[in-house]
Ligand binder design. Structure first.
Ligand SMILES: Cc1ncc(COP(=O)(O)O)c(C=O)c1O
Length: 399
């Protein structure tokens, strides 16, 4: 019944974990969820006020497909302020979230059979989006020993005549890696030498706790000329539900992406766009407050995970995820409904934790590593502590 492209499409596993936790809660089960891909903070009041004012002013109609001029100008000012990048409003596209901007990109750029290099572990949507347009995602491993830093040599070795794009995501979901300037520089040179496109997903930029966020596009005009910078209001301003993301890059590419968007969704919500103008241009104090909170929670969860038997976790430098290595639990057994069950990989470990500890986590296999689990710490200290205690008790029941 369905198109062939649906045969390989995996639905978003991160959203599935959240849905499962929500469903259990609705049935009265007390679940601690480390599944969230969004801040647990509320959208800042100043942003909500801007949306209300926009509605009152009657800003409730279609807008320019690529975003209102005021928002594209605000994006340019943000990229200048935070990333030392010069763009003009015509180089910017505003989409229904960064996810939508990224999809516009693969439609505009990737031909069937084109290869897209995706450093692994990776955010689940990159390979799926590439497959949806007939492209071939190629996972290129990073190493836990380097804190999952980009590995330029492995990327270089993975380039073939069909390679068209390298996708970068720093700070990284799921590992929390902040790519080192040296690795970014080497990958920038690789892209220039081999004529490849770079996509730099900087959605977690504001949540950089260690090191410095470097936008690869800032490494030189030759790099900028082949880079699409993608960012969002979702994470920095706790605006996941408003669906405003944006992309900036070479004008011809951005124009092509805008044409794609014009046939699919038209503009993102006019009201949310006005809210985003305030988010990007107003006082950034609320961002700093949120970052301080996340930094503290990061230390709490990493210390707790490393104290669990069979679990180890490198300290993430950014975003709000801990990527815990649970290879030490694989092969252990638990008793389920009277039967002994062996933990074969991350899906089994996640299922065990949900059933035995009532703790929801996302299996690493969906991000490219079956030895890991992703835990979001976008939740309160009290819940982090409760979840860790429950995991500790459940792990004691394993043989
Ligand atoms: C790495 C990464 N990129 C992009 C997105 C999409 O963000 P949005 O579509 O809400 O802007 C997410 C959301 O989880 C993400 O983790």
């Amino acid at each position: 019944m369905l198109a062939d492209r649906l045969k390989t499409l995996a639905p978003s596993s991160t959203l599935a974990v959240q849905a499962k936790a929500r469903e259990l809660r609705a049935r009265g089960v007390d679940v601690v969820s480390f599944g969230a891909g969004e801040p647990d903070f509320d959208t800042p009041e100043r942003v909500k006020r801007a949306a209300v004012e926009a509605m009152r002013r009657g800003q409730t109609k279609y807008t320019e497909v690529g975003g209102i001029p005021e928002l594209r100008a605000a994006v340019c000012a943000k990229l200048k302020r935070d990333n030392a990048l010069d763009y003009e409003p015509a180089d910017v596209l505003v989409s229904c979230g960064a996810k939508h901007a990224l999809f516009n990109l693969v439609v505009a750029l990737v031909n069937p059979g084109d290869e897209v290099l995706v450093p692994s572990p990776f955010w689940v949507s990159y390979p799926e989006q590439v497959r949806l347009v007939g492209g071939v995602p190629v996972a290129v491993d990073t190493q836990e020993e380097t804190g999952f830093d980009l590995d330029p040599e492995r990327l270089r070795a993975a380039v073939t005549p069909r390679t068209r794009v390298i996708v970068l995501n720093s700070p990284n979901n799921p590992t929390g890696a902040v790519f080192s300037p040296a690795a970014l520089e080497a990958v920038a040179r690789l892209a220039v030498d081999r004529g490849l496109w770079l996509v730099s997903d900087e959605c977690y930029e504001a949540l950089t706790f260690e090191g410095r966020h470097v936008s690869i596009a800032a490494l030189g005009p030759d790099v900028k000329a082949r880079t699409l910078v993608v960012n969002t209001c979702s994470k920095a301003y706790a605006m996941t539900g408003w669906r405003i993301g944006y992309a900036a890059g070479p004008r011809a590419l951005v124009r092509a992406m805008t044409d794609v968007q014009s046939q699919v969704t038209s503009n993102p919500s006019s009201i949310a766009q006005w809210a985003a103008v305030e988010a990007l241009s107003g006082s950034q104090d609320d961002v700093a407050k949120m970052v301080g909170e996340f930094d503290r929670r990061r230390r709490l969860i990493v210390a707790g995970l490393n104290a669990l038997p069979g679990v180890r976790c490198v300290t993430p430098k950014g975003a709000f995820y801990a990527f815990a290595n649970v290879a030490g639990l694989v092969g252990r057994t638990w008793t389920r409904g009277g039967a002994r069950v062996t933990l074969g990989g991350s899906v089994d470990v996640a299922a065990f934790l949900l059933e035995e500890a009532r703790v929801a986590v996302v299996p690493g296999v969906d991000f490219g590593s079956d030895a890991h689990l992703r835990l979001s710490y976008a939740t309160s200290d009290a819940l982090i502590e409760k979840g860790l205690e429950r995991m500790a008790s459940a792990l004691r029941t394993l043989s």
